[in-house]
Structure formats: C-alpha cells, structure tokens
Design a protein around this ligand. Structure first.
Ligand code: SF4
Ligand code: SF4
Length: 352
C-alpha cells in the first residue's frame, strides 16, 4: 500500500476538488461483468452500439484501460438543484428536460475536477505513478466500482444511491497504479420498495432484471435516431430530453441536498414547447451549446418536441404542428402528422 494515501485522505482531497462522494475500489475484474454481457446479449441496450462489441469487452476489467492500474478512485458530484421534480411540475405547455442536462456538460466539469485531484495526488504520493481519468464515455462499469468504493448501492432504478445524499450524482473515476486500501460496499437499502418500478411510464424497469433501455424514455429521446416506435410515443409525455421519474419518486431522494455549483444551475428550465418548435438548427445550437442536449441533435430534438406536443393535445399546437408536418425532415414531418392526429381525437388519457 502507498504511504499516507488512505481512502479517508483521498476523500478529503476529492472534497476540495468539488466531489461530495469519493472512495477507493481495487482495480480488479468487475463482479457484475457477466450480468452486463447477459444484458447486452438480451438486446436490452437497443441500438447503443458503444455499449456492445469490443467496447463491451473492455468493461470487464479496468486494467484493460490502464494496464498498471491497482486502484479505482471513484468520485461523485452532486447536481441536484432546488427546482421542482418532474413529478411535481405540471404545465402541459412546457417541455421536460432531464435534470442532469440543465447546466454545463458534466463531462467537462468532472474532467476538470479529476485533473485537479490527479495533480494533488501527485504532490502527495511521494513517487511517480500512472493514471487515467474516466468520465462515462470510457468503457468502465462505473456504478459497479462506485458501489465497491462505498459510494452507495445500485437501486432498482439502476442508479447509484447514497444513503445520506440520494442519487443525483455524476460519477467519474481516476484509475491509478497506486495500491490503496479499498473501501467496503454498503448494503442494498431498496428493501421491498417498488416505487420506481411502479412509476415508470413505459415499464422499462423490469423487477429483478434491471433496465430495458429499449423501453426507456431516456433512450428514445437521447439515443435513438430516426422514428420512435408508435406504441411508445404516448408514454413519453412531455419529455423532450431524458427522464427523471424513477429518481424523482425514490424515497432516498426525498431529502437530497442541493449543489451550490453554478455549473449546474438551469439554463433552460421547462421551456415552452411552442418556442422550441419554432427554433432553427442554428438557434438550437446556440441555445444548448455546452450542455448535454447537443447530443440529441437538432432533428432528434425537434422530433421529441413534436411528440410532446402531440401528448399535450393542445389545440394551440395545431398551427406549429401543421408547419412541421410539411418539414423537409421526413422523421419530424411524420411525427408531426402523428401529433396532429392526437389533437384531432382529443383523447387525453395518456397525458401526464
Ligand atoms: S428514466 Fe423514465 S422511462 Fe427510463 S426507467 Fe426511469 S422512469 Fe422509466
Ligand atoms: S424507488 Fe425504491 S426500489 Fe426504486 S431505487 Fe429508490 S428505494 Fe430502490
């Protein structure tokens, strides 16, 4: 083990770098790897190619990312803000954007913090060491290592949950060639609770089997290119980018603290659907530059806005939808025709 570098000391350094949670796990093969491969083989990752194939195999062991790795320093950064949960916000003229995407792109924020932590460790380690920063784009089963590092347990909603601070955390890792005594994972505290499973509007959480991403609103609105399956559109409700419902209803988030980091203050809280339907590609990029929303791309985002309008079933959305039904983007046009059809039927049964 390495000199004065204990997990407690690393927690203190991580706190100074802006991370509310930190812990250490051994850089050994992931105990959940077989389950992960079964999940991919069962088709639950949908069209997310980056989760399958060669990159899936890399998730088996952090030493495939850094050969000399002996420890995984796992960190969590709180992004919860005082604005309401989606389950407590009801305005049929507004769009819902997932909480994690309200502010600055977390990849940049996490990387900056991890670089700082890496620098501090170099000052204190007393000897050179190798390291690699991972922020969710790296193929690593990060929730598994966060659990092993004592940050929390993996809940039925598939999020990492900390007993004191809930689940509104971005996770990141620093793989290091230093041997540091690891922390211990906490017990699973979901117990008999099934709130997230019951609240999921698209039945994407399968009890005992985890998430079926191919049924999840986050998958439809962020990852899926092209048409959203017809039978899934009504369940999407007002969501235009991601979904927070299974975290909103979790009792461990009832008293979750809020961050004071200005990076996560909302740039756009529940924007009006009509305004979103009117923006062009350049405005979309200007409005959401530097936020995770750019990932949906303009065409996908407009498709999602149109679906949310169809679910709101407001007569006032007829004119913007008619305009979009004539769009040169075939996917947007088809979704707009679907949305117009819902306004005509006037059936609001599936509206949140
Ligand atoms: S993010 Fe939404 S759709 Fe996906 S599992 Fe959670 S509640 Fe269900
Ligand atoms: S809502 Fe209940 S079952 Fe779901 S993650 Fe939270 S505690 Fe676990």
């Amino acid at each position: 083990m390495t000199g004065s570098l204990t997990a407690d000391h690393i927690r203190e350094l991580a706190r100074r770098c802006g991370f509310e949670l930190a812990g250490v796990a051994a850089a050994a093969s992931a105990p959940d790897r077989a389950r992960y491969h079964e999940w991919v083989a069962a088709g639950r990752a949908g069209k997310m190619a980056y989760l399958a194939g060669r990159r899936a195999a890399l998730r088996d062991d952090p030493r495939l990312l850094l050969e000399s790795a002996r420890s995984v320093i796992s960190v969590g950064k709180l992004y919860q803000t005082p604005w309401p949960h989606s389950t407590r916000f009801h305005d049929a003229e507004c769009a819902w954007i997932s909480r994690y995407a309200w502010g600055e792109d977390y990849h940049d924020v996490m990387r900056r913090g991890l670089e700082r932590l890496d620098g501090m460790l170099r000052e204190e380690a007393g000897a050179p060491f190798e390291s690699r920063i991972c922020v969710d784009t790296a193929p690593l089963l990060e929730r598994s290592y966060a659990r092993l590092a004592g940050l929390g347990w993996i809940g039925r909603n598939t999020c990492l949950i900390n007993q004191q601070q809930g689940s509104w955390f971005f996770l990141g890792e620093l793989l290091v060639s230093l041997g540091i005594a690891p922390d211990a994972p906490p017990p699973d505290r979901c117990g008999t609770c099934m709130r997230c499973v019951e609240a999921c509007p698209t039945a994407a959480l399968v009890a005992g089997q985890g998430l079926d991403a191919t049924l999840c609103i986050s998958y439809f609105t962020i990852e899926l290119r092209g048409a959203i399956p017809l039978e899934q559109r009504a369940g999407i409700g007002a969501h235009v980018f991601g979904c927070d419902i299974c975290q909103d209803v979790c009792p461990w988030n009832g008293r979750a603290p809020v961050t004071g980091d200005p990076a996560f203050a909302p740039r756009q809280f529940a924007p009006r659907l009509e305004e979103l339907a009117a923006i062009g590609a350049d405005e979309f990029r200007a409005m959401f530059r530097g936020t995770p929303l750019i990932r949906a791309r303009y065409s996908g985002f407009l498709r999602n806005v149109v679906v949310a309008m169809g679910n709101a079933r407001h007569e006032r959305f007829r004119a913007p939808l008619e305009k979009l039904a004539a769009s040169g983007d075939a996917v947007v046009a088809e979704h707009a025709r679907w949305a117009l059809g819902r306004i005509k039927t006037g059936d609001r049964r599936n509206v949140f």
